[in-house]
Design a protein around this ligand. Structure first.
Ligand code: PMP
Length: 404
């Protein structure tokens, strides 16, 4: 059998395209943040993770341009060797301070951050204990950890998954593991599909009892929840108790890159040991400078976080009032659960035609029955944008018999 057989037999995307309701890879031709142009038409963007709307902020754009003028377009090397700029070091110091931790380390993407940290910390004989619904980068990190630990030895490390955000099950799982073994509990802070916030207070208690370390992926939490947008640990007042928090620059920070904050010795170990950092080029000058400018805006204008949460609350209650089944978590993600793949795709098409862009989440990305239109909001959405999104959801929902 030819290795490419599966590619030649892959027809699902073409079938959906033929029906005119293919929701992926649409090229954005212009973007002001809340409004973008796709296929020559202006549509309201209700599916971006540009939470504070900073990709269009003049200060963020100017910082990127100034960095290109000063340092050029790329670093052409890994942080380890020739790819460290004073900009990287400055951003690490400022982020560590912002997040209330000793040290910070930048990675080139958020995906690389999670995928890079876990196998570096969780070695042979150690355990990684992961929420069943964690992001793909965490899953990749756990699988790499397992592969690396067993690469030249039969005795690897172990991956254990616990039921989604179920701290009683986490406790049960931990109680089954050898007491003396080292353990890392990993969870998204705000889950990307539903916007649900992890039960960190109970997780920290359980971790303490079983001598496990806690790592939180705050990709959807920094700039969204916590004091001034400082993320999940801050949201619960548990900054000290949360060992590691990682984040991304691809959402609130209007750029590209990832970071992790924690105790100095741990960050220093990752810096000298994580293959995802050592063997990959460092984030570009423009990426770092724009993330730094976004951080400055987040620090000086914390009200943007309140505006974002207010917008998401307005939409959650508005969509609910229309009769939709929506996720009920106080973050920037408002998922509209439809429960049927074909209906999600057809509704996606109608919403787009009526001027609203959302994300269609279908299987295998979500479990059966949870097929959804995932909406997410920005601090820069204005009332007129939100009203229009609700108006379009009302007409499309009625057309497809999802609401009355
Ligand atoms: N973690 C989570 C929870 C995410 O949602 C994402 C992005 N979708 C990432 C990590 C990866 O971040 P990046 O886009 O910077 O690679």
């Amino acid at each position: 059998m030819d290795l490419f057989e599966k590619c030649w037999n892959f027809t699902r995307a073409d079938e959906v395209k033929a029906q005119g309701c293919y929701p992926y890879f649409h090229a954005i031709e212009e973007s002001e943040g809340p409004v973008v142009q796709i296929e020559g038409r202006k549509v309201i963007m209700a599916g971006s993770n540009n939470y504070l709307g900073l990709t269009a902020h003049p200060k963020v754009k100017e910082a990127a341009i100034a960095a290109i003028k000063k340092y050029g377009t790329g670093c052409s090397g890994s942080r380890y060797l020739t790819g460290t700029l004073d900009l990287h070091v400055e951003l690490e110091q400022r982020l560590a301070k912002f997040m209330g931790k000793e040290s910070c380390l930048l990675f080139s993407t958020g995906y690389q951050t999670g995928q890079g940290i876990i196998p570096t910390l969780v070695g042979r004989g150690d355990y990684v204990v992961s929420d069943k619904d964690n992001h793909a980068s965490i899953v990749a990190g756990t699988l790499i950890a397992a592969g690396m630990a067993s690469y030249d030895s039969k005795e690897g490390n172990s991956i254990v998954r616990y039921k989604h955000n179920d701290m009683a099950h986490l406790e049960h799982v931990l109680s089954q593991l050898p007491e003396e073994s080292a353990k890392l509990i990993v969870s998204d802070g705000v889950f990307s599909t539903s916007g649900e916030i992890v039960n960190l207070p109970d997780m920290v208690k359980v971790a303490h009892k079983h001598n496990a370390r806690v790592m939180i992926d705050d990709a959807h939490a920094v700039g969204v929840i916590g004091q001034g947008g400082r993320g999940t640990a801050s949201h619960y007042g548990l900054v000290k108790e949360t060992d590691l928090t990682m984040g991304t620059f691809s959402k609130t920070f209007a750029s590209l890159g990832g970071f992790v904050v924690g105790e100095h010795k741990v960050i220093d170990y990752l810096k000298h040991s994580a293959p995802a950092l050592i063997f990959s080029a460092s984030p570009t000058p423009a990426s770092v400078a724009s993330a730094m400018a976004a951080l400055e805006i987040l620090e000086s204008e914390p009200d943007r976080v309140n505006k974002l949460i207010c917008n998401a609350r307005t939409m959650r209650s508005g969509l609910k009032a229309l009769g939709y089944r929506v996720s009920e978590h106080d973050s920037a993600v408002v998922s509209v659960i439809i429960g049927d793949t074909e209906k999600v795709l057809m509704m996606w098409k109608s919403l787009f035609e009526e001027g609203v862009f959302v994300n269609a989440f279908i299987r295998p990305g979500v479990p059966p029955g949870m097929e959804m239109l995932r909406t997410s909001y920005m601090a820069t959405h204005e009332k007129k944008h939100l009203d229009k999104i609700l108006e379009v959801f009302a007409s499309v929902g009625k057309k497809f018999g999802v609401i009355n």
